[in-house]
Design a protein around this ligand. Sequence first.
Ligand code: SF4
Length: 490
Amino acid sequence: MLLNDELFFQYQRCPRRAYLDVWGDAEKQDPQTDFLRKLQQDTIAHRLSVLSLLSYHQPQYPRHDVAAGAQATLELMQQGVDMIYSGVLLAEHYGDFTLTGTPDLLIKYPGNSVFGDWCYLPAEIKLSKRPKLDYQIAVAFHAYLLSLTQNFLPDVGFLFLRSRRNYPVNLEQRLPQMHERLNECIEMLRRRQEPEVFISRHPCSNCRWYSSCYQVASEGCHLSLIPGITPNRYAKLKVLNITTLEALAKVEPADLAEEPEFPESIPEQLVLQAKAFIENKAFVTPAAFFLSGEDLPTAPVEMYFDIEAEPELNLFFLHGVLVVNRLTDTQQFYPFFAKTPADEGVIWEEFLELVWQYPTAPIYHFCEFEAQTIKQLARRYHTPANRWLPLLSRCVDIHERITRTTILPVESYSLKSLARWMGFQWRNSQGNGAQCVCWYDEWLKTGNRDYLTAIEQYNEDDCRATYLIKDWLVKFLQDSSTENLIRAGL
Ligand code: SF4
């Protein structure tokens, strides 16, 4: 059986994905998203920009003919060329498996190999800013294949990252980890054993098997769908024979608290979360009774704020603000949109002008990103402190408030999940933050106003969803009573 570097890489991210890539029904894969397509294009662009600075040889061979590719690569290594791009490495007898890999670069280095007084080191070109462990393991995999070809095991490989930093991979450290994972992967493939589903934001959100896996998890009420259940906690629950919602709901939190995987208030939260699902009911937590009016202010005018950003360009291209005037019972949405990246400073000023028209209005947002961005933009544009610092004390993170005070029957405490549970519908069901980045990219390339409209509409809906959650939370906490706490067993 053939095991290539791509399959091994996917195994590291999720064993089930590697299994499905080999034996799954391809028709059950989700269509490729614009975001994944953009990621692929960005990856290729990054690779080309690194290669443009290098001088290299590339083996020539018939497409898909791995053996011919390995032979052509071997010949280049024997000639002692300085650098090989996209060479092919092959190990035909790894037990009953054949291993193959295509390292981005093989770099000539002094050493004693079968070729003479030189050897090759492996290097990967990655779009990432960080030397993630799975990338380092990929370098170790190539180093191992290389050692079988050149009869010399390098002790270092490299990652060429987006930050332009060349990260040296310590192979002495990574090779044992690589072998351990490789043997697990081979065992899974040999036994043809379908790994259990486990839904988590990473890596599932960018996986084309998501819909199919989610269906499996949802039909089986899998515990990974419960917020707070991590792979480590799930493994421990399985050891304790707690594998269903019902079993988790009956657990005595103090029993779980003895396990290191369940620190502080996690046992109570998980048990209550299971009860919320079973009863399809929202609970308040004891922390709710310490929430003051200042923590969750209701004012004549309130603002609901959401930002769209392009991380690749380090650009904040849309500040959306929904102004809710409770006195006049009116709502007005203001989208401050940077039609070009150069307009970022202009829309920052426009945003400041609007928020200072209502100097006492609380500014609601979902998660910390908006408040952090205010600080970042103030620094970037040298904004006087009196224009931005007071805004921070007006900011109210509704995500922090709702997670502190409630347990809800939702699979995630994301804006989408919460607002949908409360009955909100986004006008464009395809919209999300990543999609907005793609739409912005298309807007910059084409100037097509449909993209601009789609982004503004999505952002407005995010602001309106935040508004809905805030009002729901205020009402829920008002309606909640001590009886609710007693029913929750607190
Ligand atoms: S959706 Fe998640 S569990 Fe399923 S294959 Fe992909 S990464 Fe693995």
